[in-house]
Design a protein. Structure first.
Length: 95
């Protein structure tokens, strides 16, 4: 997962346009113990990162939630498989 994937998830574009973004992209940290996955608002170029005590302590859980969000975003219908095959071997599956 690269910065281009995250940028595309948050804004709908994997590269910075020649004239820049309007509005500028921003990251919002939301402290909510009931939600798990990041949320993107592509119209306002916002990426909401949900911060929980347990996912900030566990990098693998945070990365798993981020990958799941990326794979379920409409922009990623073509590259979801690519991300999955490169990151899935690194992410343990809970049983």
């Amino acid at each position: 997962m690269g910065l281009g994937h995250i940028l595309a998830f948050a804004t709908g574009s994997s590269k910075v346009p020649a004239v820049g973004f309007q509005p500028n992209p921003k990251i919002v940290f939301v402290h909510d113990e009931t939600k798990h996955y990041p949320v993107a608002h592509t119209c306002s170029n916002e990426l909401l990162i949900l911060v929980k005590a347990n996912n900030m302590a566990d990098d693998e859980e945070f990365e798993y939630c981020f990958v799941v969000a990326l794979m379920n975003g409409g922009v990623f219908s073509i590259i979801s498989y690519f991300i999955f095959i490169h990151l899935a071997p690194k992410i343990p599956i809970a049983q």
